[in-house]
Design a protein around this ligand. Sequence first.
Ligand SMILES: Cc1cc2nc3c(=O)[nH]c(=O)nc-3n(C[C@H](O)[C@H](O)[C@H](O)COP(=O)(O)O)c2cc1C
Ligand SMILES: CCCCCCC(=O)C(=O)O
Length: 378
Amino acid sequence: MSTYKSNDYIVQSVEESPLPIGYEEIEKAAKDILSPKAFSYISSGAGAEETARKNKNAFQRYSIIPKLLNDVSELDTRISLFGNTYPTPFILAPVGVLKLADDQGDLAVTRAASKYDIPFIQSTVSSFSIEEVGQSGDGPKWFQLYWTSLEDVSYSFVKRAEEAGSEAIVVTIDTVTLGFREKDLSYGYSPLADGYGQGNFESDDVFLSTLAEVNDSTIVDGIIKQINYPALNWSHIKKLKRMTSLPILLKGVLHPEDALQAIHCGVDGLIVSNHGGRQLDGVISSIDALPEIAKVVNGKIPVLFDSGIRRGSDALKVLVLGADAVLIGRPYVYSLAIDGEKGVSQFLANFLQDFSSSMVLAGVKNIKQLKQMKIVCG
Ligand SMILES: Cc1cc2nc3c(=O)[nH]c(=O)nc-3n(C[C@H](O)[C@H](O)[C@H](O)COP(=O)(O)O)c2cc1C
Ligand SMILES: CCCCCCC(=O)C(=O)O
């Protein structure tokens, strides 16, 4: 739903569902269902979890100042990105190994997201292949790329994503090696070891032919070796730009100079993100990084945001601070664990209702008005 009477939407009933309403309750319910290892992998951050905590606390420092008496009886939540119009400013963040939460993993999520025409960003380390996800649900799909040391594997994934109908390629730049995740290490947990993150690799002829070349006995060994790639640099991004006509976004941008360099290299969009506090511990919260990046980018390319979105009012804040679209991460993963496709669908219904109510109460009727709202920090 993109344009609607705000009242109609607000009175829409919420289906009976085991999914709790508030984020903290959703997290608690997921903890009861998932194995301790799986819950720890999804919920934890790197190191002492300082950045994970900052992501949470920083939101509370920003306060919106509503401007009222603006006849908000009709809402329009549409946005345009890269020539496509989407009914809401929301996108589902790439999350690997989703089978850990539910057998249907990415397929269940795409089906739920399709109901709302919300793009789903499929991870490189997804449980299902690009082709399987491409055929699941009729909603928009984007593809997230973890660069591989054997460049032809990266290009093979991009080509497959193009052929499967992906609308954009998201290159994650903050994970050239995995963060030091203390909880996972204490559990002896490695995200790829259980085989849930190899949907794209086991179906890729180019990758399979490299296994012998690099002397790897298993697919998992091959993936781990190839996606740890600290040599990644701007020349790869420039080359990728020449290899595909799809828009390219960089995910994990926190420094304004990286944002400017990305524009210089012809990148089409940025995602301000600290990976939900899972990579370098101690980095700035995403919401604190956003205003300066939005300022230097100055509308030249879209700026997207993730890390810490839990409720409609969180999304309102980052849109006011300069984001053009907002990625949702952990909340949909927990909802998937609790009630599969229905859980994700119910979560999205609640989240969209919360966002609409927030717009109404803030006194704005469309995203353009929302971006002009007043916000203070302190
Ligand atoms: C379990 C899990 C797996 C993730 N896998 C990926 C991934 O494969 N690729 C990627 O770019 N980001 C991945 N992320 C990071 C998310 O895309 C996103 O940046 C993060 O979840 C945002 O933080 P939030 O969930 O706390 O809002 C993952 C996050 C989680 C929680
Ligand atoms: C060896 C790299 C695995 C990446 C796993 C997915 C991810 O990004 C995460 O945050 O976890």
